[in-house]
Design a protein around this ligand. Structure first.
Ligand code: SDX
Length: 429
């Protein structure tokens, strides 16, 4: 890290703060000493200008549309890896060799089942319960079945990570089966991570499901593309909750709740709702583009825009290509794909979107693939969580291993009432 500094003046007094530089040239003013030196804090709602940590896990350049996990380009990982390999990479900082990968796969097989007592939970959710709500509850409840996490959380983090990555897949599939009133399909150790999930989702006693390699490949790619994305809202939530010393299950459950939001991971489901609304409205693109541009209208183009990317989200570009590939293989023609492309074309030629650097993000096309596979839209954000889980765990582990970590506790600038005398009830007007 370089030794350049930031010089500034407050009330005529000059101050100097160090600037640290990351391995890819990104720089941050280290304000650790700001309050003590100046009596001032910074104010940055939404943290647009504020870094919460240093990290070695994911690097992204929003101007160039670059995304790398542990230094590897997302394009390479999405094309050449299995999701399980990428999960290992994020957790351990290196791609696994044959024996490491086999060992990790063995842990995922070992932990695929849920404790049978946990199945009763599913009987008490209402039929239309949100799968994200179920996921958050069940992940939180896992702590009660595997309490060893609360001893030395880092001692068995590899076991706990594999347990979570395996069981979240079973919980997701079981919640779907319960929602459609079908018998649960248990995990099978002869299937891959993604193949097992698909089989648990779609196999039925009356008609066995055929796990197609092309569908497994598409799901692998989607989970890899969602696996981490530096300090996004849900990851920052996992770090924040974990910084209080709470166990990994509770921290991940909090991250699932943050991801649920339509401004974040919930956008993939919101995109499908938006496309279906526009489709049902005679594809009246202009009407919805106008609504999206109207500050007084809460409607936004879901799947468009990003806090960091000021160009195409590289994940969205890969997913758009994968969309065409999987729909061709499955011989599915989805009018919503054509509609999405038309919407993208109109928006990318509209000054409002151009001037604000609004491009399709990871959520714009992903739902089209999930839909083609047969996954219902209320499960789209659950799919995002399945992909993001290794990233959340890796970030939590990095935070807990960092000896400088302190409990997250932001400050504020108070703008309320000045001190005033108490007024008893009988004196209040
Ligand atoms: C994810 O952070 C991550 O890395 C997240 C994520 C990950 O992998 O973890 O990448 C996953 O969450 C992707 C984003 C999914 N969300 C959506 O698709 C929802 C739609 N997008 C927007 O709500 C918005 O773009 C955000 C929330 C994604 C980003 O919002 P910012 O950074 O707070 O920017 P902003 O709301 O201040 O917007 C700046 C301007 C505003 O207009 P003006 O005030 O300048 O006139 O752009 C406009 C906004 O109104 N704008 C949009 C828009 N997004 C921003 N206008 C219309 N449609 C949109 N989608």
């Amino acid at each position: 890290m370089t030794n350049t500094t930031a010089e500034f003046i407050i009330d005529g007094k000059s101050y100097t703060l160090p600037i640290i530089e990351g391995s890819e040239g990104d720089r941050g003013i280290d304000i650790n000493g700001l309050l003590q030196q100046t009596g001032c804090i910074t104010l940055d709602p939404g943290f647009k200008n504020t870094g919460s940590c240093t990290s070695s896990i994911t690097y992204l350049d929003g101007n160039k549309g670059i995304l790398r996990y542990r230094g590897y380009a997302i394009e390479d990982l999405a094309e050449k890896c299995q999701f399980v390999e990428v999960a290992y990479l994020l957790l351990h900082g290196k791609l696994p060799n044959e024996s490491e990968l086999e060992h990790f796969r063995g842990l995922l097989e070992r932990f695929a089942l849920l404790h049978e007592d946990m199945l009763h939970f599913f009987d008490h959710f209402p039929p239309n319960a949100s799968p994200m709500s179920i996921l958050s509850v069940m992940v939180n409840a896992l702590h009660n079945y595997y309490p060893e996490m609360s001893d030395d959380p880092l001692e068995n983090i590899d076991i706990t990570a594999a347990r979570l990555i395996s069981k979240i897949r079973t919980i997701a599939a079981f919640s779907y089966k319960k929602s459609v009133g079908h018998p649960l399909v248990y995990p099978r150790n002869d299937l891959s991570y993604c193949g097992n999930f698909l089989n648990m989702m779609f196999d039925k006693p009356v008609r066995p499901y055929t796990v197609r390699p092309e569908v497994v490949a598409a799901l692998n790619k989607l989970l890899i593309l969602h696996a981490d994305h530096e300090q996004n809202c849900s990851t920052a939530t996992v770090r924040m909750v974990g910084s209080a010393g709470v166990n990994l299950y509770a921290s991940i459950s909090a991250g699932i709740n943050a991801l649920w939001g339509p401004l974040h991971g919930g956008a993939n489901e919101a995109v499908l709702d938006m496309l279906e609304t526009i489709y049902a409205d005679d594809c009246n693109f202009e009407k919805y583009i106008t609504k999206a541009k109207d500050r007084d209208d809460p409607f936004r183009l879901s799947g468009f825009g990003h806090r960091v990317y000021r160009t195409f989200d590289p994940r969205g570009t890969i997913i758009k290509t994968a969309c065409h590939e999987i729909l061709e293989v499955l011989e599915v023609s989805d009018p919503l794909l054509d509609l999405a492309q038309k919407l993208e074309e109109i928006a990318l030629n509209d000054e409002y979107f151009i001037s604000r650097n609004l491009y399709p993000n990871v959520d714009f096309y992903s739902g089209i693939i999930y839909r083609a596979i047969g996954i219902p839209s209320n499960m789209f954000t659950v799919m995002f969580a399945l992909g993001r889980l290794p990233g959340w765990i890796s970030q939590w582990k990095e935070m807990r291993e960092d000896t400088t970590t302190k409990i997250g506790r932001p400050r504020q600038v108070y703008i309320g009432e000045p001190a005033r005398d108490f007024v008893s009830l009988d004196q209040r007007s």
